[in-house]
Design a binder for this molecule. Sequence first.
Ligand SMILES: [Mg+2]
Length: 433
Amino acid sequence: MSGTVTITGVDVHDVRFPTAAAGDGSDAINRGDYSATYVELRTDAPDGVFGAGFTFTNGRGNEITCAAIRALSHHVVGRTVGEIFAEPVAFWRSLTADVQLRWLGPEKGVIHMSAGALVNAVWDLRAKLEGKPLWRLLAEMPTEELVANIDFRHITDALTPDDARAILDKGLTGWEERLAGIERDGFPSYTTSVGWLGYPDDKVRALTRQAYAEGWRAMKMKVGGPIDDDVRRARIIREEIGPDALLMMDANQVWDVDEAIANMARLAEVDPYWIEEPTHADDVLGHARIARAVAPIRVATGEVAANRVIFKQLLQAEAIGVMQIDACRVAGVNEVLAEILMAAKFGVPICPHSGGVGLCEYVQHLAIFDYLRVGTSLEGRMVEYVDHLHEHFVDPVRTRDGRYLVPEQPGYSSTMRPASIAEFSFPDGPAWR
Ligand SMILES: [Mg+2]
């Protein structure tokens, strides 16, 4: 690693895409313009290498995360990559436990997401400097170094450093064979592009038919509208995909606990594989009650789980059968490592949340690392796929027959194309004038 490379500045971009008009991304709660608070870490490296990271937001929300990232930037500027990775937990806490800004969380919401954008940009920079895709940087990393990157504060009752060491050491056996398998076949995936809540029935049917023809055998629909409408749309998708393909449902937190249980009793007729975000994201005990009531349908959640402590509780309470990590809701790679290891300890498979802007690009690396070094099985593992906005990234995801292909370029696939940044910058880019 070129540890002497110094971060000399942080460029923050408010990038928004006008997705609201088409109903793309519409669900029971969210309508809006998919946005990225995108940062580039400038460096003094002679070849101009920079670190790219972002957090995913929605429309006007981007103003707030841009301001928060600027408020945190001084923790990054002037540091060398070597210094940061010599004491990674101290660095991570400089962002997540800033003595004044922590009050705005702690470790949740805007301030934590903003820390995540910077943390991810640092990891992208390191991976680029080492000439490796992030998944490979992590998969090849010695156990002791991976453990050193995790802040175990507040999770040692669920996962100790020794637990993590044991899991990661076990994963050293056979990871290259596992890699050969996914390099040949791709990584399992499912698509969410068929059933946004704003789409009319004929569009849902046509998109489902098209996705099935393209090879997808797992699809997710949005629910949380009037229940009769949800049942009708679910029947359309099940008719199109037959009895064997997986159908997942996502309520985006719109239901109360008893309402979720009652509605899933209706929707059970189409044999859902999981119900995602059935109720408020912070309601750990509510998720546990729903999980017991709707079994064998699994409860899945995590895309807005604020931090590793919420995931710890979801696992301890047996509230989830599928854990949906997100790359930039929490404070970046370091925190996701803790979450991946906790899931393994509790035996719950990870199916990362994706879609949005650039989330597919990010999470493919995390899912592949999980498979190679931690989870070591593809059983019940799928990465979400949404067919939106990939063209704005320099190293976009590639899929074949409903599976992700292993990314090959150095970094975290998080670099946006300069032309896209210029076109969609708010409020001055041509797309917004
Ligand atoms: Mg979701």
